[in-house]
Design a protein around this ligand. Structure first.
Ligand SMILES: Cc1cc2nc3c(=O)[nH]c(=O)nc-3n(C[C@H](O)[C@H](O)[C@H](O)COP(=O)(O)OP(=O)(O)OC[C@H]3O[C@@H](n4cnc5c(N)ncnc54)[C@H](O)[C@@H]3O)c2cc1C
Length: 403
């Protein structure tokens, strides 16, 4: 038996991009289905969940969903730096709580949420444009007809791949982490750890959640390195490398594993009746592989643009293009600049990392934050590249602003 449903908009993927798109579309008055293959929203956590309080406030994410951070520490093999802020600007999300809150907000506006529903095929019209999706729910076949589909399936990009529009990401990050209880965690401070022993082509991290709970992880750039992040994570915990030693006894609570695209903004993100958003669109800051705030922000834009197009009865690529225009204007040049710094970082030897930390020490807190957030406003970069008292800092920012 096949169940069949008709919606204005079908959003596939109940991550931050999908829930946000469904929320914004329903807010604009159309009939929306949000489809998630797992048993519940955020059943599996595939992210470390660090983001910025400015964005959290903009999205109105409740305060009980995150833990604030105000010190940013780096460790290289023979160097350390801590940059402190007077107020907390970063936060570690309770990922499950936040993603569930996002989907509940969509549900409150009338979005129908289908969990345990795995989409594995598309429906096309005679001109080969998408007009729905198909899959299974509890082993029964299920079909959704819709005017627009949003592909928010994350790294796998199931819908766009099935349509033949994209192929697998070639360059990506693979990350493994434990959420763990430890003896001594500084609740205000995150650690990023760099150098060969932590991970070649990537970084390791400690993100605190308060109450002596931390996320300890390792990220590895692919195809640059063939190291398995899970194996490396176990090794660095066993060796108690660098700041891990200070944590004392580590008792894992939950294991997380995920992949994040790192191919730049290489994909076209609108087609007739179809929008790609979040990791499917490659919308992440490559420097620290950060994508949650972009997934939420551009998820909302995608939902709004889709709803407008549906109400105007014109859902071709041109009608959906304002979405692509919006996100490209907002982040394209920043992401490209972040990519240049990443290219530099990926090649650094241990000794060069020790020196790079000396450059980071020279940055003022707000300069550092702009840098790590890939908030590269050109005028700010020009100013730093021209007038910073240290030559090494000028060189770093020259790299960012170069074409
Ligand atoms: C190890 C790691 C650490 C990270 N740390 C951070 C961080 O600290 N801060 C940050 O901002 N970003 C981080 N990121 C990136 C961030 O997790 C992603 O950018 C973000 O999750 C993208 O959201 P999304 O909604 O596009 O995709 P996802 O969060 O991947 O959501 C996709 C959803 O679609 C569902 N789905 C997939 N296929 C189907 C299908 N066929 N049918 C139905 N449902 C389907 C999945 O089950 C999933 O729920 C990290 C990523 C990794 C891998």
């Amino acid at each position: 038996m096949t169940e069949e449903y008709n919606y204005d908009l079908v959003v596939v993927g109940g991550g931050p991009a999908g829930s946000s798109a469904a929320f914004a579309a329903a807010k604009n008055g159309i009939k929306v289905a949000l489809i998630e293959k797992e048993n519940s929203i955020a059943e599996t956590v595939r992210t470390s969940g660090v983001t910025w309080i400015k964005s959290i406030k903009e999205f109105e994410i409740p305060e009980n969903c995150y833990h604030p951070i105000k010190n940013f520490s780096f460790a290289s093999p023979n160097n350390e730096v801590t940059i402190s802020d007077s107020i907390a600007t970063a936060a570690v999300l309770d990922v499950r709580k936040t993603y569930r809150w996002l989907s509940e907000e969509a549900k409150k506006l009338g979005v129908d949420i289908f969990v345990k529903t795995n989409i594995n095929d598309v429906i096309k019209d005679e001109e080969q444009n998408i007009i729905g999706v198909k899959g299974t729910r509890a082993e029964e076949k299920i079909t959704f007809n819709s005017k627009v589909v949003i592909d928010a399936t994350g790294f796998t990009s199931t819908i766009s791949k099935t349509m033949g529009y994209v192929t697998q990401w070639e360059r990506f990050g693979a990350g493994a982490e434990y959420e763990a209880e430890v003896e001594n965690a500084d609740p205000d401070t995150w650690w990023l750890m760099v150098g060969q022993e932590y991970t070649p082509a990537g970084y390791a991290w400690i993100f605190p959640l308060g109450n002596n709970i931390v996320r300890i992880g390792v990220g590895v750039g692919k195809p640059e390195s063939n190291i398995d992040p899970t194996q490396r994570l176990k090794e660095i915990i066993e060796k108690k490398l660098g700041p891990i030693k200070k944590l004392g006894k580590i008792t894992p609570i939950e294991f997380h594993y995920g992949l994040i695209p790192n191919d730049g903004l290489s994909r076209k993100t609108v087609y007739n009746n179809l929008i790609l958003v979040g990791d499917t669109a490659g919308q992440a800051n490559p420097l620290v592989l950060e994508g949650i705030r972009y997934a939420i922000k551009f998820g909302r834009v995608a939902g709004e643009v889709a709803a407008k197009a549906i109400k105007n009865k014109k859902t071709d690529e041109t009608a959906l293009y304002p979405y692509e225009e919006n996100w490209r204007n907002a982040i394209e040049s920043k992401i490209n600049s972040a990519g240049k710094v990443q290219d530099r970082w990926i090649k650094l030897s241990d000794e060069e990392w020790d020196k790079e930390l000396d450059i980071i020490k020279e940055l003022k807190t707000e300069e550092f934050l702009d840098f790590i957030k890939a908030d590269f406003g050109l005028s700010n970069m020009l100013k730093l590249a021209m007038s910073h008292p240290k030559l090494a800092v000028r060189q770093l920012f020259n790299l960012v602003k170069s074409k």
